[in-house]
Design a protein around this ligand. Structure first.
Ligand SMILES: *Cc1c(COP(=O)(O)O)cnc(C)c1O
Length: 365
């Protein structure tokens, strides 16, 4: 039985992209594998075979299974609720980012309870007003970290921050954030801390601004072929495909799908594809959105439904059972993720992380 839809993940693409990123910096490279490796599953770990030396994830829950499956590289988890299981993190050598005094207290208490040491990265906000300690909390946070370090409860491994506008190369906010980051590091050092791993850049800044690289860059998007700065050619690692269920012949001016939003402009043939928004295909698509069948691009006809969409295949002679590619790396002229993001009015990151669980995943070397 063939699956109704397949997501093919190409490890070689992730490895090639990793090598490009490693080659664009003197710093150590952390592979960001949060959100199930940006939807690429365990294939994302192949970045470790291509030069990345650390892993980064959001939560402790994402980090633990990586350790349990035998990953030895340092793993950093940077976004956790106050009552997260810090003890499990410490016991499994998961490093923790610290965005507040409250978090620091919890992590030190957990270390004390389990007789371990919490390896931490102090996280400072330098201009996103999102995660990380605010400017007025930074000094007390450094002082408290120093105190816990003296008591053997924590080890301050690093200091981190995150850039808001690195996808616009040369933006003045990036300069400002880099200077504020420098100042925050100096404050920490003056207060007795010795952070060895300073990190600020993600994919865009890794590719466009060496002054932001410090000791480590945290790259996610780039591993998977997404360049938010639009300056580099990376290779998409996903191909989403399906098979035609049925084909029907229709007259000109036939309305298609919910809301009759598409009217055929000629007598034509319509093919039904069993992929919908529950599988991650965006519902709102602009005109021009297309799929690829028999070596040609054909328009998506009408609204995408939960489980299905229709393509207008005209004279192509498409039959039930034939393969339809929604997006891929673009080798044969099929639409790319980049084009799909444009048709959907979003970014590639959103598309790769929302593929539904019904889609069969297949890994290619
Ligand atoms: C997701 C994330 C990254 C990776 O960003 P990319 O632009 O995908 O490379 C880096 N750092 C933090 C804090 C993140 O949340």
């Amino acid at each position: 039985m063939t699956p109704h839809a397949t997501l093919r993940i190409e490890k070689a693409a992730i490895e090639a992209n990793t090598r490009t990123l490693v080659g664009s910096t003197q710093a150590e490279v952390m592979a960001v594998v949060k959100a199930d490796g940006f939807g690429h599953g365990l294939a994302a770990l192949s970045a470790l075979e291509a030069g990345a030396t650390r892993l980064g994830v959001t939560s402790i829950e994402e980090a633990l299974p990586l350790r349990w499956m035998g990953v030895e590289a340092p793993i950093l988890s940077w976004l956790n609720p106050l009552d997260a299981d810090a003890t499990a993190a410490i016991r499994n050598r998961i490093e923790l980012a610290v965005p507040s005094i409250g978090h620091l207290g919890r992590y030190a208490a957990a270390a004390s309870r389990c007789g371990g040491v919490a390896r931490i990265h102090l996280h400072v906000d330098t201009g996103m007003a999102r995660d990380g300690a605010a400017a007025d909390e930074w000094r007390p946070l450094c002082d408290l970290a120093r105190e816990y370090e003296a008591r053997g409860l924590v080890e301050v491994v690093g200091i981190m921050s995150h850039l808001a506008r690195a996808d616009e190369p040369g933006h003045p906010l990036t300069v400002r954030q880099r200077l504020l980051f420098d100042a925050a590091v100096r404050t920490a050092v003056r207060r007795g801390l010795r952070p060895r791993v300073r990190h600020l850049a993600a994919t865009a800044a890794t590719l466009t601004d060496a002054s932001t690289h410090f000791d480590l860059v945290r790259v996610g998007a780039g591993l998977y072929g997404i360049d938010p700065s639009g300056t580099t050619t990376l290779r998409g690692a996903m191909t989403l495909s399906s098979r035609v269920t049925t084909v029907r012949e229709v007259r000109a001016a036939t309305p298609v799908g919910y809301g009759s939003r598409y009217l055929t402009d000629r007598p034509t043939r319509l093919a039904l594809v069993p992929l919908g928004y529950a599988d991650g295909v965006p519902r709102g698509l602009s005109d021009g959105a297309s799929a690829w069948v028999r070596g040609r691009r054909v328009p998506i006809a009408g609204a995408v439904s939960m489980d299905q969409l229709v393509i207008d295949v005209g004279e192509l002679g498409v039959e039930a059972g034939e393969e339809v590619v929604l997006f891929g790396p673009g080798d044969d002229g099929e639409p790319t993720l980049h084009e799909w993001a444009g048709w959907a009015g979003t970014i590639e990151h959103e598309l790769v992380t929302r593929i539904g669980s019904r889609v069969h995943v297949e890994e290619a070397a």
